[in-house]
Ligand binder design. Structure first.
Ligand code: ADP
Ligand code: MG
Length: 234
């Protein structure tokens, strides 16, 4: 059984705004003390007299701190930057850059990444945010394939829209899971933040776009990001 959801706009924008502001301010506050702690651990670790057994513990401490840092970055990306710089975006360039960022992570998880750029869609918006959105979706796709698989990314132009399709051969989602996708803090992962998709929906809805999700439990998920072409707006 196959399920489809079309999310045109964020549900509970007000609730989301409140959550984002709180999360962003906490994230900012926590970052500084963590940087100090990280510096000291690095200093202890590089001490030549350190017992090799302890050196291993220092490595674990650094890794765990970095993981915490990664979670905090998820929250920080919710905070709206001071300036919303918008420009003409070559979709294929941003998609390639996002693929490049995620490829090492894909390789670690025995996942083959391939892409098909059929057309050269041009849209209008914030490049950094679009890239963040793609990385979040790629990361979820990879995490949905614990035993390896294929991540396929394609871009095309359909009528007056740019379409970015992200397909995985992973675990898929049930209708109930799809209904909750993108709600603040919804996660099925023990180490998840439940914020990645909320950020994606918010970014794409700000670009007057929509995200279409098609999923089948046990066989995979396809995300379609649909955004108006630049030419059509002006
Ligand atoms: P997180 O990744 O931290 O859990 P997200 O908002 O990115 O938070 O995703 C929310 C949930 O949606 C995930 O925990 C997972 O259950 C589900 N999900 C997202 N993308 C996929 C996918 N490609 N395949 C299967 N499940 C997915
Ligand atoms: Mg995620």
């Amino acid at each position: 059984q196959r399920h489809m959801v079309l999310k045109r706009e964020m549900e509970g924008m007000e609730q989301m705004k409140l959550v984002s502001e709180l999360a962003a301010s906490i994230a900012h506050e926590i970052r500084n003390p963590m940087t100090v702690v990280r510096g000291f651990i690095q200093m202890f670790q590089s001490d030549e007299k350190v017992d090799p057994k302890n050196r291993n513990y220092y490595s674990i401490m650094l890794k765990e701190l970095d993981r915490a840092q990664f979670i905090i970055t998820d929250y920080l990306s919710l905070a709206k930057p001071q300036k919303e710089e918008e420009e003409v975006i070559q979709v294929n360039q941003v998609a390639s850059a996002a693929i490049e960022v995620i490829t090492p992570f894909a390789n670690l998880n025995s996942i083959c990444v391939n892409s098909t750029f059929e057309d050269e869609p041009v849209i209008y918006g914030n490049v950094g945010k679009l890239q963040q959105c793609l990385i979040n979706i790629f990361k979820n796709a990879i995490e949905a394939m614990p035993n390896g698989g294929t991540l396929h990314v394609s871009t095309s132009v359909k009528k007056d829209k740019a379409v970015i399709e992200i397909m995985d051969t992973g675990i898929g989602m049930s209708k109930e899971e799809l209904d909750r996708l993108g709600k603040p803090f919804y996660t099925t992962k023990s180490k998840g933040t439940g914020l990645g998709m909320m950020v994606c929906f918010s970014i794409i809805s700000n670009m007057e776009g929509s995200i279409l999700v098609d999923s089948k439990v046990g066989s995979g998920t396809t995300f379609q990001i649909i955004v108006p072409l630049y030419n059509n707006n002006y």
